[in-house]
Ligand binder design. Structure first.
Ligand code: TXA
Ligand code: MG
Length: 329
């Protein structure tokens, strides 16, 4: 069922959630695939529909501070200021899980990730459902996250009950996942809120979970899987700008002479100029571009390494995970 975003449709979607169904809904980051977070049977359907490994925990979405008490067992010191400043917004906090949230939501972990999305229809849906909503990104597992209802239908048509129609997600990459259950705050997944902003607001050093930490102790199980991948192989090109450009031209010549299409991430979006200088806009179009390359049937996708400042940390994290190979020009 494809639903509009008017009040009547939101009510219909909320009723589906309450009855244990699956509804894909837009947020400011990417589309979520929602189920009632208090209903273990409904939550299991999310894993089936996405083909998601059951050891990868979900984020619980809430619409009010009051709902937080249903989801978490306690709120550590230091969380309050982040909640006040960044919610609603693209920051998921990993906190001690309450007994009301079934273990399947968190893949059995004693913690739970929770966030309040900064999106009118998402908040209206969660409020109308009257329950916290567990929602991973609404893509088939391993694919780029969806930023339009069309992407959701491409991946999940026939596997979910409804999708709320929208063509746009403002941020375009997922929320930052920040673990507050340990002795120091650790970013498990960079995202819509930058590390710099978190440090400024909290007045504390914010750590970044490295790949090595992850292999020792899978604190964010999602990080071990290949992710965000388009169908064509993606080569991430690093090195100086001059060398990157030269390698990209050489690739283009090589494939074009053989009658194949090459997708170059930056120039694809038409704008050498704006996208190059507007990291936010680049991030918001990233997944759409990867999916567009698939539709256009490109043979190979070339992406350039970019700065990891601000939102760039999230963008480079996604490109590295999507990459078949990283090539040093
Ligand atoms: O912006 C977003 O976060 C979107 C929208 C829909 O809200 N959701 C999203 O969910 O990206 P998903 O499932 O694709 O990614 C959730 C990430 C995974 O990397 C998962 O491992 C991590 O959050 N995560 C969830 N609960 C966790 C927990 N209790 N401990 C550690 N990591 C957790
Ligand atoms: Mg995801």
């Amino acid at each position: 069922m494809i639903l509009e975003s008017d009040r009547g449709s939101i009510r219909v979607a909320a009723a589906i959630l309450r009855k244990g169904g699956l509804v894909a809904f837009p947020t400011e980051t990417v589309y979520g695939l929602g189920a009632n977070a208090l209903d273990a049977v409904a939550v299991r359907k999310i894993f089936e529909a996405k083909g998601r490994p059951v050891d990868n925990p979900l984020i619980v979405h809430i619409a009010s501070r009051k709902q937080l008490a249903q989801v978490v067992h306690s709120i550590p010191a230091g969380a309050g200021i982040l909640i006040d400043f960044f919610w609603p917004g693209p920051l998921s906090l990993v906190l001690p899980r309450s007994q009301h949230i079934p273990a399947v939501v968190s893949a059995g972990l004693p913690s739970v990730a929770v966030r309040m999305p900064d999106h009118k229809e998402a908040l209206a849906l969660i409020s109308a459902a009257g329950v916290p909503v567990a929602a991973p990104s609404a893509n088939r597992s391993g694919r780029p996250s969806p930023t339009s209802y069309r992407h959701v239908l491409d991946d999940l048509s026939g596997r979910i009950d409804a999708v709320i129609k929208s063509d746009f997600c403002r941020v375009g990459v997922e929320s930052t996942v920040l673990d507050l259950t340990g002795s120091r705050p650790v970013i498990l997944r960079p995202g819509g809120v930058s590390r710099e902003e978190l440090e400024r607001v909290s007045g504390q050093k914010i750590y970044l979970a490295g790949i090595k930490d992850i292999s020792k102790r899978p604190i964010s199980p999602g990080m071990k899987y290949r992710h965000y991948s388009p169908k064509a192989p993606l080569y991430l090109i690093t090195g100086s700008e001059y060398r990157r450009r030269r390698l990209i031209s050489a690739f283009e010549d090589f494939y074009r002479r053989r009658g194949k299409k090459v997708g170059v991430l930056e120039t694809f979006m038409g704008g050498s100029s704006i996208l190059k200088h507007d990291e936010g806009l680049f991030a918001s179009r990233l997944y759409e571009a990867l999916r567009a390359f698939d539709r256009l049937g490109v043979t190979v996708i070339l992406a350039e390494e970019k700065s990891t400042a601000g939102i760039g940390l999230a963008v480079m994290n996604r490109l590295r995970k999507a990459a078949t190979r990283v090539l040093r020009a």
